[in-house]
Design a protein around this ligand. Structure first.
Ligand SMILES: *[C@@H]1O[C@H](CO)[C@@H](O)[C@H](O)[C@H]1NC(C)=O
Ligand SMILES: *[C@@H]1O[C@H](CO)[C@@H](O)[C@H](O)[C@H]1NC(C)=O
Length: 313
């Protein structure tokens, strides 16, 4: 009896002690991204003024550049485009591996900026939206702050009050009934996105997906970042990370049935359904597609510089 009780106590302690502890399964830096991600030369379903190129084209044109702990993907910033031709050359990367429950930490030094830009770091499964989408870092036209968003099939919504530091901008995650908006949460810090993120040297984004919740954190460079995050340690404990800016619990959303295996994606498009629609109200000049076509130099800073990506399971 005593032994059985001890075993049960130990077992429950074990579950609690290891519940938020993860081991590193993948670590990507520099040229490692070229092997673990595929450049996808596809057309943008969100109607962007973009021309995604394949890996050999991206390397030849120096749109993708990898050396040491620098990994850069960028838009073309030298070519004036004809309005009747393809959009601006850019890069869309998709991880070769898929993940279910996991943690990602992105150490990003610089993100694309400029009127018309629509960059994103996100995760998505096949047969959208049935395997769900998690947007970690996304925005348009240099408008800070960052917003993290879930997009799902029907039957997934978030409680209006929950344990997060950010501000919810919609609690229904069902993409069909929200005109594709999903349920988003904005970071409170303005240096979470765009020019102010870049002038501060960027920072770290992290996402945790379990069977019962999704959490997203942001720490600016020189901020109060947990040491396991800053160092990309081989073992991490998300319980020590403090309150996330975005918290998506399973109160009114069965996470396992709305989220399947997902690929990690980094991309940069222009104009299209979001950046183009609000180009004018975001105080950008004239018409978005015309601006993208005629002002290559405006995209000199339209690049990601990623120090590393680490994935934990
Ligand atoms: C990324 O690319 C995909 C496919 O082209 C597109 O659906 C999505 O809207 C793009 N998102 C951003 C933020 O560029
Ligand atoms: C390619 O881009 C990298 C990163 O911006 C830069 O350091 C390098 O000089 C470029 N190479 C060429 C040949 O332009």
């Amino acid at each position: 009896m005593y032994a059985l009780q001890s075993l049960l106590i130990l077992a429950s302690l074990g579950v609690n002690a290891f519940g938020a502890t993860y081991s590193q399964s993948d670590s990507h830096t520099g040229t490692g991204f070229l092997k673990s991600f595929t450049h996808e030369a596809i057309s943008d379903p969100t109607h962007g003024r973009v021309n995604y190129v394949d890996q050999s084209t991206a390397l030849a044109k120096n749109l993708t550049f990898a050396s040491g702990d620098t990994f850069i993907i960028r838009a073309d910033h030298t070519t004036t485009l004809s309005s009747s031709g393809p959009g601006r050359d850019s890069v869309r990367l998709q991880s070769n591996k898929q993940y279910t429950t996991h943690v990602t930490i992105w150490n990003i030094r610089h993100m694309p900026q400029g009127c018309g830009t629509w960059p994103a770091v996100w995760e998505v499964g096949a047969d959208w939206p049935n395997n769900g989408e998690v947007d970690i870092l996304e925005g348009v036209n240099d408008q800070s702050p960052n917003q993290a968003t879930l997009h799902t099939s029907s039957g997934c919504s978030m409680p209006s009050s929950r344990d997060q530091s950010g501000n919810s901008v919609g609690n229904n995650c069902d993409t069909a009934s929200t005109n594709n908006a999903g349920c988003g949460v904005q970071v409170t810090q303005s240096n979470s996105y765009g020019p102010s993120f870049n002038s501060n040297g960027g920072g770290w984004y992290a996402m945790e997906r379990t069977d019962t919740e999704v959490k997203v954190w942001f720490w600016p460079r020189n901020g109060n970042v947990p040491s396991d995050v800053a160092n990309g340690e081989t073992t991490i404990d998300t319980d020590g990370w403090g309150q996330p800016f975005a918290y998506f619990p399973d109160t009114d959303c069965d996470i396992n049935s709305h989220f399947g295996p997902q690929n990690l994606i980094i991309n940069l498009t222009f104009c299209g359904d979001w950046a183009g629609a609000v180009f004018d109200s975001d105080n950008c000049p004239g018409d978005c597609a015309t601006y993208v076509n005629e002002n290559p130099a405006a995209f000199t800073n339209a690049y990601f510089d990623i120090a590393w990506l680490k994935i934990y399971e």
